[in-house]
Ligand binder design. Structure first.
Ligand code: SIN
Ligand code: FE2
Length: 217
């Protein structure tokens, strides 16, 4: 555990805000890491670029994705799953930067989830008008581990639903630098992203980037 970074996290972010039991918002917690993330992201995308995967039903996903770490999340005609190689390059996914892994662990700890060791980081890119419909993150082996989600670039409205698809969802505005962690009784909540409004961010340009750290295996 790197206490300097943990102190920085505690210092730069507002108090953890428990939105629902097991859903914790750390406003601005990633702000101090933005230039590191931006730089490392470029290197990762040079190896495993963004692509639009297809759902098992054959629909092209509006959100473009890549991954880093031992496992990457993929979708194709055979289903949703994690895989240790990038299907585009047939090579292992790029390594997860140590600073990212440490940040994800510390965010989880700060949100009340000790012992989180991510082995996958899904990288999502949303351009204007892109949305992500309500879904559960349920392709991981063990739901005792939380999901740590970092928002960068354009703002979004995160839809936080309930345990059933038809449950009402509430909107949580997520801005550049915000970190949202969900686990425990909320681990399988439905969630999604409302249509992204066009805009321009000084670092990330015309898109929203979301990093979600998971323990897949
Ligand atoms: C996801 O549900 O995988 C991504 C959520 C987000 O973009 O904030
Ligand atoms: Fe998700």
């Amino acid at each position: 555990m790197n206490y300097d970074l943990f102190d920085a996290l505690a210092y730069t972010s507002a108090q953890p805000e428990e939105i629902e039991p097991g859903v914790v918002l750390l406003r601005g917690a990633a702000s101090h890491l933005v230039s590191d993330i931006h730089q490392q992201l470029g290197a990762i995308l040079n190896i495993s670029p963004f692509r639009h995967m297809f759902t098992p039903g054959g629909r092209r996903m509006a959100v473009a994705t890549s991954s880093c770490g031992p496992y990457g999340w993929i979708s194709d005609q055979y289903g949703y799953r994690y895989h240790s190689a990038d299907p585009l390059t047939e090579q292992p996914w790029p390594a997860m930067p140590v600073s990212w892994e440490q940040f994800a662990r510390e965010s989880a700890l700060y949100a009340g989830f000790p012992d989180f060791l991510p082995d996958s980081c899904l990288i999502n890119r949303y351009q204007a008008e892109t949305q992500l419909s309500l879904h559960q993150d349920k392709d991981e082996k063990d739901f005792k581990h939380p999901i740590v989600s970092v928002s960068l670039g354009l703002s979004a409205q995160f839809l936080l639903g309930g345990m059933r698809r038809e449950d009402a969802s509430r909107k949580i505005p997520l801005m550049h630098g915000d970190v949202l962690v969900w686990g425990n009784q909320s681990r399988l909540r439905f969630h999604g992203i409302s249509r992204i409004q066009a805009g321009y961010h000084p670092v990330f340009g015309d898109c929203r980037i979301n990093l979600t750290f998971r323990r897949a295996g």
